[in-house]
Structures are given as C-alpha cells and as structure tokens.
Write a protein that binds this ligand. Structure first.
Ligand code: MLT
Length: 323
C-alpha cells in the first residue's frame, strides 16, 4: 500500500514537471533592463518597442532601470542572469561597442558572451546647449569652447555611455581633450539640468531631446549624421555647419545572456520585428527622430556585426581618451 502511494506521488511529480517543461516561452513576464535612468533615450526606446513586443509575446516586458557606471552596471546584471530568456537588456553603442575599451575589468563580453536579438532603433547624435548659450551656430559654439574650455560644463551619462563617447569624439575633433564634465545616471536627468540652465551642453541622442528642441527650451547646433533628421528639418548636419569631421551614428538594441534557449531567441526576434513593422510604433519612434532598423539589422547576426563594426572603430580612439 505504502509502495503504491509513493509510486503515485512520483508519477504525479513527473507529470507536473513534464507540464512545466512543455510550457511555451514566455510563461511569465520578461524583464528588460535599461541601464540608465528613466526618461532618457534608452528608456524611451525600450518602452516604445517593449509595449508592442509584450502584445506579441502575450506576456508583459517589464522595464527595470538599473543605472550606474555608464550603463555597465545594468548590462552586467543582465548578462550574468540565468540565460532563460526572462532577463534581457536594451543596450547601445556605448554599453556594447564603447564600454569594453573604457572598462578593462568589464564583467561581460559583448562580442563573445551575449545573445544578440536585434537593433531597436538608430539614434542620431545632436550637439545641444542650454537655451541662452552665447553662440548662435556651431562655428561660434566651437570657437567659444576652444577659447575657454574651463568655462563650460558638459553633461554625460558616465564613462562609456553614448553621450560620453560621442562628446569624447567631438572634443577630439576640436582638439580640446578635457572639459568640465558632470556625470549623470542617464541623459534624462541631465536634460532636466540643461533645460534649467545648470549645465551648458551635451552630445545626446535625438529621441530624448527632439521635443525640447521643438519646444525651444534648449538649442541644437547640429546633428552628427550625413543627412538632416526628418524629425528636426531645421537643424543642420555637422557637415553643413562647418564641422564635417564630426560624424557618428548611435543606436539601441536588445541582447541577453549567452545560452538562451532557441525558442526564446526566435520569439524575441519575431516580437521585435513585429514591433518595428507596426505603424503606430514606427510613428512614435520616427516622430522622436529614431531611425527604423533594416531587416538585416533586426537579426541577431546583423546586430552582432554592427556591435563589432563600431567596437573596432571606437576601441583605438577611446582606449587613450581622458576619463
Ligand atoms: C540614457 O538612456 O540615459 C542614455 O542612453 C545615456 C547615454 O548613453 O548617453
């Protein structure tokens, strides 16, 4: 009798385990780590794309902001999580291509230790300043910064972030390696201080500054892309504004820890693709100035190639940059 009870219990446990294993991904909410403060470009892209991905997946994508160390704290958390598809991250040009050159002891390896999902959005870089900055165009701005590098405060989101990386390149072009820099937990909070005039300028991604530029609460001197942004047609390119050597494209994309089940990867890639094909989602991104990724960039391999291309470009420049 006792033997029979045990046998039944074992069979019941096995049936339960089998049921759990058969449960399709995702069986519960998926955490998407945003490695910067809420309200910044990474957070904005993650929330717009994540909204639609949740519908496709039938489970909520929960955004968790884990800021610090130029975004590397949050990405480390994501890449050292269990590779089960329930923890992923929205990273970017900074955390995936620039950070390895700036943090020698980095605990994640974007090139060999991540499962890429796909690119979520291109985010052109703008040189923006507080509304009453005393320069009417990029040439005057450059002249002012070169003449008195100690006089102006640059905001960025930490060493290795996009704002830090792109302003480091900007200062390289100007030949002014070091300025007074103020590090924030993301450019969302930095933008608040730019609007209130507490800092002078920053190099930021279009999606978080375009509304403030349109509302005329901050100044935009140039966009560092080959073409003007359709979202800000009045802002000249750096080439038009007299600084053709300063060109850089930023981007945001999704990855998780290496070793994720194929089913999870496939479903996340499909959900990202559907989000980027959805007209209202596209419109939200385009209105803010984001660039919609190509079909190739939305694939794990295409995104991986982009990370490597930009890491190869940035590593020699950033390794010797003042931190
Ligand atoms: C953010 O979301 O705050 C930014 O992506 C920060 C940055 O990298 O500049």
């Amino acid at each position: 009798m006792k033997k029979l009870t045990l046998g039944l219990a074992a069979a019941f446990t096995l049936a339960l385990a089998g049921g759990a294993m058969a449960q399709a991904y995702p069986a519960r909410p998926v955490t998407m780590i945003v490695p910067f403060a809420a309200g910044g470009p990474t957070d904005i892209i993650a929330r717009i794309v994540g909204d639609h991905m949740s519908k496709t997946l039938g489970q909520q994508i929960v955004i968790e902001n884990v800021a610090g160390a130029g975004g590397t704290t949050g990405i480390t958390r994501a890449m050292t999580a269990a590779p089960d598809g329930y923890t992923i991250a929205m990273g970017h040009l900074g955390t995936f291509s620039a950070a390895p050159a700036t943090y020698p002891g980095l605990k994640y390896d974007p090139l060999n230790g991540m499962q890429t999902i796909g690119l979520a959005g291109g985010t052109p870089i703008l040189i923006v300043a507080k509304k009453n900055f005393p320069a009417k165009d990029l040439k005057e701005f450059v002249a002012a910064v070169k003449a008195a590098p100690d006089k102006f405060n640059e905001a960025h989101a930490g060493v290795g972030s996009v704002s830090w990386t792109t302003c480091t390149l900007f200062k390289g072009v100007l030949g002014v390696p070091k300025l007074n820099a103020v590090a924030y937990r993301g450019t969302g909070p930095a933008l608040n201080d730019l609007v209130s005039g507490q800092i002078d300028f920053m190099c930021d991604q279009i999606v978080s500054v375009s509304e403030q530029i349109k509302a005329d609460t901050i100044k935009a001197y140039a966009v560092a892309s080959a073409e003007r942004s359709p979202a800000l047609p009045n802002v000249p390119t750096t080439k038009e504004a007299g600084l053709p050597d300063y060109q850089i494209e930023a981007w945001n994309g999704i990855a998780g820890p290496k070793g994720m089940p194929k089913e999870a990867v496939d479903k996340l890639v499909d959900a990202l693709n559907k989000a980027l094909n959805d007209e209202p989602t596209k419109k939200r991104l385009l209105d803010l100035g984001a660039v919609i990724p190509s079909a190739e960039e939305r694939t794990p391999a295409g995104f991986q190639a982009l990370i490597k291309r930009d890491a190869d470009k940035l590593t020699p420049v950033l390794a010797s940059a003042p931190k």
